[in-house]
Design a binder for this molecule. Structure first.
Ligand code: MSP
Length: 526
């Protein structure tokens, strides 16, 4: 039988501007992409997870100058001292960290634009317009206030008059509208989709794709006196990493990508980017998914904002897994939200320490106390045991469907509800009372109750592994599953609800407390 190739899942984050350290906003997209990548790996798919940094353009150049460094030295040091360590701290398992200064990217970007130039999609013209360096974007009057300030950054846009190269973006309006129509979930959620459809219907202008007044960028291949506009260099990171020209076979295997971002950069990804790919005769991305903003004082948290919070402030007190759980479960994916230490503390205490942590330690302690730490063989199942197994089956399906719909919080919420149900099962079954009776029948019932709980926890480890990798691993190992079932990474989501996977006789150990109590006044950020 010919081997059926695994389904591919290529997930990306925006490549972030390296003007400062990351904050919980950039970490939010990156964590979400990591959770999705890990979940799809548990489905057995061929996953490629890409993140990285956007290093060219005036915004980065000016920030480097303010810091008295060359742009290259400035970005090199920030990436090594801040960006990569932040993603390590958050347990982000990317396949590649691409930088727009990487040689293979530069080469493939030049090849891409040379092809578009050769195909007649690029022409020379003069442009005069208002440019916001913070957005790295020309602005129309609608994007500016009465004083000429950019509405996003509340700073004046600069008037630029230059001879530039232009991309015939205006030719792609009908094809873009046809794409949005044929692939209804190409842009999601719906509000974002509608916004873009209206924008494209109002008519597209050609796009200036080069700059001649500074040189921190990739040289225009047919006109080295100019550099490519930072956005049309940056968007191509996705196809460069997929090796569009360097390894077309690899590209065919993993393209098209699912792009995650917030609404600030939706137009670039859902209009300019697919149009560029159409011009090059390539498939557009699979999907552009917009999540909400993390707000401070009602405004989007930004690197230029003094109130930006670094992930380490939170991880220092609550740990990496609780950080990931909080942002992915407590904030509906798609909605704006304000971060609050009080909310984080409440979620940590109620859902992690009291619900999941307590369940794990109770079950291991009882197997230790009543069966010397050896997982007992279950006897006949009662209705209550069967109800729990059925609920697990529904939980796995709900969570898996939620992930396909990018509703990460719903997937995690389903597992959390299951944990609550298992705690309820223990309260009802009262294993401590059953243990007072030495009869063979009671011993068998006690064995069944505790085996049922251990099986439930085994499935929770698989379901929570994508969001809390170390906690799930600790749980898996405390059940002895690493020795008797295999590696946690290798457990398919599709069989997470199979019942009876744990081998009776496995050694169950009560490890360290999964979520130690944190005093309410400790939320100062260590
Ligand atoms: N360099 C461009 C992206 C090029 S992609 C080809 C850029 N960089 S950025 O550093 O400004 O990143 C913007 C993205 O970071 C947002 O779209 C979002 O994914 C993430 N976030 C930045 N601040 C955020 C919040 N306050 N809240 C949620 N997401 C945030 O634009």
């Amino acid at each position: 039988m010919p081997e059926i190739p695994a389904k591919s899942f290529f997930i990306t984050t925006p490549i972030y501007y390296v003007t400062a350290a990351p904050h919980i906003g950039s970490a939010y997209t990156t964590t979400a992409a990591d959770v999705l990548a890990r979940w799809h790996r548990h489905r057995g798919e061929n996953v490629y997870f890409l993140t990285g940094t956007d290093e060219h353009g005036q915004k980065v150049m000016r920030t480097a100058q303010k810091n008295g460094q060359t742009p290259q030295a400035f970005v090199d040091s920030l990436i090594e001292s801040e960006w990569k360590p932040a993603w390590d701290l958050l347990d982000i398992k990317y396949d590649r960290f691409i930088r727009t200064t990487d040689e293979d990217h530069i080469k493939q970007v030049q090849e891409f634009w040379q092809r578009l130039y050769d195909a007649g999609y690029v022409y020379e013209g003069e442009y005069s317009g208002k440019y916001c360096v913070d957005c790295e974007e020309f602005k129309s009057d609608d994007d500016l206030d009465a004083e000429g300030n950019c509405l996003v950054h509340e700073r004046p846009a600069e008037v630029i008059t230059e001879k530039n190269w232009f991309f015939k973006l205006s030719e792609f309006g009908d094809r873009l509208l046809a794409l949005y129509d044929e692939v209804p979930d190409f842009i999601a959620p719906t509000a974002s989709r509608n916004e873009i459809i209206n924008y494209v219907k109002s008519g597209l202008h050609d796009l200036s794709i080069s700059r001649s007044s500074f040189d921190w960028g990739i040289k225009v291949p047919w006109d080295p006196s100019q550099v490519l506009y930072v956005w049309i260099d940056a968007l191509l990171n996705y196809t460069s990493a997929a090796q569009i020209y360097d390894d077309p076979e690899q590209f065919a295997k993993i393209w098209p990508a699912t792009h995650l971002m917030s609404r600030d950069i939706l137009r670039f990804h859902s209009v300019i980017w697919p149009a560029m790919l159409m011009a090059a005769g390539e498939q557009p991305p699979r999907r552009v998914y917009v999540h909400g903003y993390l707000l401070v004082g009602g405004k989007k948290m930004a690197k230029s904002n003094a109130t930006a919070i670094h992930p380490r402030e939170i991880v220092g007190t609550f740990g990496t897994d609780a950080y990931r759980y909080y942002f992915m479960k407590a904030i509906p994916f798609g909605a704006d939200a304000s971060f609050s230490w009080e909310h984080l503390h409440a979620v940590y205490t109620d859902e992690l320490a009291n619900n999941l942590g307590n369940l794990a330690s109770r079950v291991a302690a009882m197997i230790g106390k009543y069966f010397d730490g050896v997982l007992p063989s279950p006897g006949a199942l009662t209705d209550a045991d069967g109800t729990l197994a059925d609920l697990l089956d529904r939980t796995v399906r709900t969570a898996d469907v939620a992930i396909s719909r990018m509703q990460i919080h719903e997937a995690i919420g389903a597992t959390h509800d299951f944990v609550t149900a298992v705690n309820g099962y223990i309260t009802e079954q009262q294993p401590w009372s059953v243990a007072k009776d030495d009869s063979a029948l009671a011993r068998e019932r006690l064995a069944t109750i505790l085996y049922t709980c251990a099986e439930a926890l085994r499935a929770v480890a698989v379901l929570h592994h994508s969001v809390m990798p170390s906690t799930a691993t600790k749980l898996w190992e405390s059940l002895g599953a690493h020795e008797t079932v295999g590696a946690l990474e290798a457990q398919p989501i599709s069989s997470a609800a199979d019942w009876g996977v744990l081998k009776p006789g496995s050694r169950v150990v009560k490890g360290d407390v999964l979520f130690p109590r944190i005093e309410a006044d400790a939320e100062v950020g260590a």
